[in-house]
Design a protein around this ligand. Sequence first.
Ligand SMILES: NC(=O)c1ccc[n+]([C@@H]2O[C@H](COP(=O)([O-])OP(=O)(O)OC[C@H]3O[C@@H](n4cnc5c(N)ncnc54)[C@H](O)[C@@H]3O)[C@@H](O)[C@H]2O)c1
Length: 436
Amino acid sequence: MKQTINLAEKIKAKQSVVAVIGLGYVGLPLAVTVAKKGFKVIGIDVNTKNIESVNAGKNYIGDVDDADLESCVKNGYLHASNDYSNIKNADVVVIAVPSPLDKYHQPDMKYIISAITSIVENLTEDTLVVLESTTYPGTTHEIIVPPIVKKGFVVGETVYVAFSPERVDPGNKDFKTNNTPKVIGGETANCNIVAKAFYENVLDSNVHLVSSPAVAEMEKIFENTFRNINIALSNEMTILCERMGINFWEVIDAAKTKPYGFMAFYPGPGVGGHCIPIDPFYLTWKAREYSYHTRMIELAGEINMEMPNFVLNKAIRLLNQSGKALSEAKVLLLGAAYKKDIEDVRESPIQNLMVLLEEWNANFDYYDPWIPSFKNPLNQKSYTSTKQANPQDYDIVIIMTDHSDFNYEEIVGKAKIVLDTRNAAKNVKSDKIVLL
Ligand SMILES: NC(=O)c1ccc[n+]([C@@H]2O[C@H](COP(=O)([O-])OP(=O)(O)OC[C@H]3O[C@@H](n4cnc5c(N)ncnc54)[C@H](O)[C@@H]3O)[C@@H](O)[C@H]2O)c1
């Protein structure tokens, strides 16, 4: 108990050093948020480019303010390194490394395992270790705690362990790392006390304590599964509404007028990003250990993964109606990011659509000022954005991402056919627009 009070008091007095492991979309905003609150932060990453950028005060994550990063680095509150021995001086260690799926669609735990192995080699008494990476319920207890105990620490007495999911929504203008409510599940009651002291002192948001890491781990997957399944429902309704000749976007607008019991989720060309298409399958995998088949998750995944095919078929039909075969047409894919106003193309449905278009020998370009170029992991090919969108040069324009700074009036004006998968051009009146 003495150490609990010591560490919690040290945190409250801002005398503690914080290590953030993984300086990506989650870790860098967190590192800057913590440094801005007056804590010394050491960011640890295995990517030399990220380390050099941070130490040069150069930002590479959209949700981080350039000036904030620069001043944290200049004032000595933030420093990046690949050297895990820095953990010896840290009082709080937050893990924000990737948690993707492997090629068999199963959790790929190598980043989390590698991070905790290197942390434990350098861990000292009176340190709080928090896992923020999204993962299946049981990870903290089964993967983070055992090496700590093996090293001779007593969890809840000499070292404190918690899971606290990161909920950042890249590109969200209102909710950032600092003001999004935080859920914390400590391994013991003392762990909860210390973890609460940490987050209350570095964030401006409310902190919600739960009784175990597993509850917090499940809570995060439940949030993202809820989203994934509701998007799948909207996608399924879109497919049906097309057959029935009903505009599903109009249906959603009408349903939204209900002040309770309804929440709008929108269809699209598929789901992307490092969370929604991935996290539910962490649970699917874990559920098998309990002889349970997560049918709704599998079905939602199936429907969402079919959407690029649905887009392709619709494009083929529209081109045929204008007398062109897809293999003879020029196609412009407008937007590559998995959602609007961000520079992230991970798991974006454009990746699947590009593979399909190539199977059909289609001639296509993409245009996205947020994504100048990218390598498609599905076919290992590299693609470069055209310098500017010239819709008049193409037989069809497929709006894949509803970026705010696209001039939809001009795009529709110049295009021959627009297949709008996001209802992005909703304020433009034209017969050329066909909704998903
Ligand atoms: N991106 C999001 O919107 C989001 C939102 C909520 C939660 N999450 C979760 O947060 C976690 C991190 O996601 P992200 O989007 O920030 O990933 P990211 O790929 O942007 O960043 C991860 C960073 O970790 C580094 N890294 C990998 N292995 C490492 C190791 N052993 N030691 C130190 N650094 C290492 C990588 O070089 C990279 O810079 C994932 O579990 C993800 O599911 C992401």
